[in-house]
Design a protein around this ligand. Structure first.
Ligand SMILES: [Zn+2]
Length: 271
């Protein structure tokens, strides 16, 4: 259940800032970590981690970095070079992961967006998908240049990249959403537009999964129906307009208000 794993990651952001800062301090001067460097990433891996695995993570990270940037034309002013590279820390195993990074014990990986740092340990079945997902969040936020974004948009983009480039269950996602549209069993757009992380806290896993799935389907619809190039224009407008609905109507003649957006979205999946 990939989506479930993502939710587990997602929960991390309810934790206080000091939680990750603690990991930061503990790591410094810890010489049991080796380094691999690439243009945009520094991979730190603990003694005992297979070097080939660390190399694979390095290559995948560079691959996704380029894909995500190119796919939506997310060109930013500050390049990820030298000290501004993203960091990935790989502990030897789960025990070391918990000891060194203070990530929650139910997590497979955790992320600090501010310092562009991802913490994990090897043999995560879905780590490649998690990597693509989290890198999308980091790059997208950096491009938009603001901390808070509509949750459906932020998660929808990350899942879109995962589904298209990291082998997530794209067709399964599509099938599920078609069924929901057919049965009129979805979250009304008025509601999903304003859903915040906090609102999902008390929801059941299946309710949260529906939220993720629908967010994915909304991005998938906009990109596939009106083309990638136009979507980049929308993101550009969003960067310069504070309001997502304004940016939508500025870019798309047919998505000039929420009810039209919902109608067109339904039409697309009923075809
Ligand atoms: Zn996410």
């Amino acid at each position: 259940m990939k989506i479930f794993l993502l939710i587990v990651l997602f929960n991390l952001f309810f934790l206080p800032q000091s939680f990750l800062a603690k990991s930061q301090n503990l790591r410094q001067g810890d010489e049991s970590f080796y380094q691999l460097r690439s243009s945009h990433f520094i991979i730190n891996y603990q003694e005992g981690v297979d070097r080939a695995y660390a190399r694979k993570i390095k290559e995948k990270s560079e691959h996704f970095y380029k894909k995500i940037t190119q796919e939506f034309h997310l060109v930013r002013d500050k390049l990820w070079l030298w000290d501004n590279r993203a960091k990935i820390f790989i502990a030897k195993d789960k025990e070391e992961y918990l000891r060194n990074f203070y990530c929650p014990d139910w997590s497979a990986a955790c992320v600090d967006y501010q310092t562009k740092t991802i913490y994990t340990y090897p043999s995560q079945k879905d780590f490649i998908a998690i990597l693509a997902h989290e890198l999308t969040h980091i790059i997208f936020r950096e491009y938009i240049e603001r901390g808070s974004l509509p949750l459906w948009l932020d998660e929808g983009m990350a899942l879109y990249i995962e589904a298209n480039f990291a082998g997530s269950e794209y067709h399964d996602f599509l099938y599920q959403i078609q069924e929901r549209v057919k049965n009129n069993n979805f979250i009304p757009f008025e509601k999903i537009m304003n859903l915040k992380t906090f609102d999902l806290k008390d929801k059941t896993v299946s309710e949260v999964n529906i939220f993720y799935l629908q967010s994915f389907s909304m991005i998938n619809f906009i990109v596939k129906r009106y083309h990638k190039h136009r979507f980049s224009q929308f993101l550009w407008n969003l960067k310069n307009e504070s309001d997502v609905e304004k940016a939508l109507s500025k870019t798309y003649y047919h998505l000039n208000n929420l009810s039209n957006f919902e109608e067109k979205w339904k039409e697309f999946y009923l075809k």
